[in-house]
Write a protein that binds this ligand. Structure first.
Ligand code: HEC
Length: 107
């Protein structure tokens, strides 16, 4: 009986833990999408279907499917005519938009 109770408790703990991790991941995704559309202005230059943007000044992100590291480099330092945004966007905003684009570009 005691064992059953312990099993029940650990399952409950696991569920609480799993759902909070999930909520955090979604928060970062949503924050990144907001940065993509607003503060970062990425949508003005890039197509990304999840964001509903269809600009073609920069490469189509659904086609190049960039890794997090590539996005961080481009956003922080700029590349070609794309402006560097370190200091314009906060570190948190840059992390969020990189997380968002890397996942959204896969869809
Ligand atoms: C003024 C237009 C403009 C804006 C705003 C802009 N980009 Fe870009 N972006 C470009 C162009 C142009 C390139 C291609 C540069 C090159 O390869 O010469 C590019 C390239 C990239 C790349 C590919 C980098 C690589 O190494 O190939 C990524 C990823 C990217 N942009 C993400 C973003 C994100 C995320 C934002 C918003 C924070 C953003 N861009 C805002 C124009 C823009």
């Amino acid at each position: 009986m005691k064992k059953l109770f312990l099993n029940f408790c650990s399952t409950l703990l696991f569920l609480i833990f799993a759902s909070s991790v999930h909520a955090n991941a979604d928060d970062l995704f949503n924050k990144g999408k907001e940065v993509f559309l607003e503060a970062g202005n990425c949508a003005a230059c890039h197509s990304l279907s999840d964001a509903g943007s269809m600009a073609d000044i920069g490469p189509n992100l659904n086609q190049i499917r960039p890794q997090v590291q590539t996005i961080l480099m481009a956003v922080k330092n700029g590349i070609g005519v794309m402006p560097a945004m370190e200091g314009i966007l906060s570190d948190e905003e840059i992390e969020a938009v990189a997380h968002y684009v890397s996942l959204a570009a896969e869809q």
